[in-house]
Ligand binder design. Structure first.
Ligand SMILES: [Zn+2]
Length: 272
C-alpha cells in the first residue's frame, strides 16, 4: 500500500490541462498506474484560475474515498471570514490538515498572527503542514522557509503535529534535528526533484535521505509524498525503494506513518 501525502491540482504549466476536472482525472490515472491507494491534495496560499480553492477541490473530488483535501492557509491574503470557513470545514470533517507556505509568502511560522491557526488545528486534532526549504519560485524568501523556524511552533504547540514538507531541502540535517527533538514533528520527502530524478542527482538525494534515517534512528517520522505534478510518481517510488531499507521500514514511509499522522481510515481507500 502507498499513500501520497503531498499532491496538488494546481496548474503550474501551460501544457497542463486548463480544466480542474481534467487535472483530477490525470491524478487518478497516475495513482492507478503507480498503485497509490490514497492521496492528499493540498490547496495553495492563493486562489485564482490556476489555483483552485478548497471548495472547488471538494466539489470536483466529491466523496472520493481515495482523496483527502488539505486546506492552504494564506498569511498575506488572509480574510476575516477564512477562520470561520476553516472551522466549518474541520467540523464537517471535510479537510484532513492545514498547509502554510512560508517563503512563498513573507512570514515566519512563529508570527503571532498564526497562533489562532495552530490553536484550531489542536482543537480538531489535525496536522499543520509547512512548506520548508527551496521555493520553486525565485521570488520566494528562504529565511522564512528554513526548517529551523518550525522548532519555535513545535515547542509552543505540543498538542499539534507539524509536517516539515520537503524535509527542509537542502537543509536536511536541520530538518531532521527539529524532527528528532520534537515528538510532534514529522517530515515529508516530497518535492526533492523536478520531474524525473537525474542519475547523479538521485545518488546525491539518496545519500542525504540515508543520512536522515541514520540520524533519526528509524524512519517512523518520515512520510512518502511526491509533490505531483511537479515530481513524477513512478520515479519517486523507485527512489524510496532504493534507500536500502527493509520492508517494515519502507512500509512505514510509504503509508503507515501518514495514516497515523493524518488519522486516515486506510481500509476505506483499499476497498475502493
Ligand atoms: Zn507542494
Amino acid at each position: 500500500m502507498i499513500i501520497d501525502c503531498h499532491t496538488h491540482l494546481n496548474r503550474y504549466e501551460e501544457s497542463e490541462p486548463a480544466l480542474l476536472s481534467d487535472r483530477y482525472a490525470l491524478l487518478k490515472a497516475e495513482m492507478e498506474q503507480n498503485e497509490i491507494s490514497y492521496a492528499l491534495v493540498l490547496s495553495s496560499y492563493m486562489v485564482n484560475d490556476n489555483r483552485p480553492g478548497v471548495d472547488e477541490l471538494l466539489e470536483v473530488t466529491g466523496d472520493d474515498p481515495q482523496i483527502g483535501i488539505v486546506a492552504g492557509v494564506s498569511y498575506q491574503n488572509y480574510r476575516a471570514s477564512d477562520l470561520a470557513d476553516l472551522r466549518l470545514l474541520l467540523q464537517n470533517d471535510k479537510i484532513k490538515a492545514l498547509k502554510l507556505y512560508p517563503g512563498y509568502e513573507p512570514f515566519f511560522v512563529h508570527d503571532p498572527r498564526m497562533r489562532v491557526v495552530y490553536e484550531m488545528a489542536g482543537e480538531f486534532g489535525v496536522p499543520v503542514m509547512i512548506h520548508t526549504g527551496d521555493t520553486y519560485n525565485p521570488k520566494g524568501r528562504l529565511k522564512y522557509s528554513h526548517p529551523l523556524q518550525v522548532d519555535e511552533v513545535a515547542v509552543d504547540f505540543r498538542e499539534v503535529t507539524f509536517v516539515i514538507c520537503h524535509l527542509g531541502n537542502p537543509w536536511f540535517l536541520d530538518a531532521i534535528e527539529v524532527i528528532y527533538k520534537n515528538e510532534n514533528v514529522v517530515g515529508d520527502i516530497s518535492g526533492l526533484t523536478l520531474g524525473h530524478f537525474e542519475e547523479r542527482f538521485e545518488r546525491f538525494m539518496l545519500q542525504r535521505l540515508q543520512e536522515v534515517v541514520a540520524f533519526a534512528g528509524d524512519p517512523s517520522s518520515l512520510l512518502f509524498g511526491t509533490d505531483w505534478p511537479i515530481c513524477d510518481v513512478g520515479s519517486y517510488i523507485r527512489f524510496v525503494r532504493n534507500l536500502g531499507l527493509n520492508k517494515e521500514e519502507t512500509d512505514l514511509i510509504l503509508y503507515k506513518n501518514t495514516a497515523r499522522v493524518f488519522n486516515l481510515d486506510i481500509g476505506e481507500a483499499t476497498n475502493a
